[in-house]
Design a protein around this ligand. Structure first.
Ligand SMILES: Cc1cc2nc3c(=O)[nH]c(=O)nc-3n(C[C@H](O)[C@H](O)[C@H](O)COP(=O)(O)O)c2cc1C
Length: 162
């Protein structure tokens, strides 16, 4: 059975470079998209007072429907975007208050798409993703960086991890 994939987008603007790139990628490869900016997901809370925000229903739905989670982020200050980092921090809920859901990440696949105005970025950028995948028992498929300024010149998008 073909693995069902989703691209999870975390950018601070809705009609920006990341959404533009992901729109093309999702069309070409026929991959569903979840845009984190459409959800109310607050910072990780040790007391779990935010357990009723959108994070838990969203991640449950993603886990239910998809086997491959592709995270798409712009480079903000040499790191993933803030909205993406908040989403990742909330994975701590999955090892504390929603363990059953968290365990279901095991065996799923993870990949990353990044973009900035450069054609290449350091491999270190992907360390938090790679290590999180390992910690969660996910298989890290790889990553791909796009230069947002050159993207339109690409005839056919190639994703090494697909
Ligand atoms: C807050 C912020 C921080 C950024 N930091 C970096 C950076 O560290 N390195 C870099 O190459 N580009 C950086 N950029 C440029 C973005 O990576 C680039 O414009 C990207 O295509 C933006 O995608 P977006 O339109 O989805 O926000 C930064 C942009 C913003 C808004």
């Amino acid at each position: 059975m073909e693995s069902k994939k989703v691209i999870i987008v975390g950018s601070s603007r809705n009609k920006g470079n990341t959404t533009r790139i992901i729109e093309s990628v999702s069309k070409q490869f026929n991959i569903d998209v979840v845009n984190l900016s459409q959800y109310n997901i607050s910072y990780y809370d040790y007391e779990s007072k935010n357990r009723d925000d959108d994070f838990i229903p969203l991640i449950k739905n993603i886990i239910e429907k998809y086997d491959t989670l592709i995270f798409a982020t712009p480079v903000y200050w040499y790191s993933m975007s803030g909205i993406m980092k908040v989403f990742f921090d909330r994975f701590s809920d999955l090892i504390r208050i929603e363990k059953e859901t968290g365990r279901r990440l095991k065996g799923k696949k993870m990949a990353v798409i990044s973009n900035s105005h450069d054609s290449k970025i350091e491999n270190e950028f992907y360390i938090p993703f790679r290590k999180s995948a390992a910690y969660l028992g996910m298989d890290y498929l790889g990553d791909q960086h796009f230069n947002a300024d050159q993207f339109e010149k690409i005839d056919e998008i190639k994703l090494d991890f697909i």
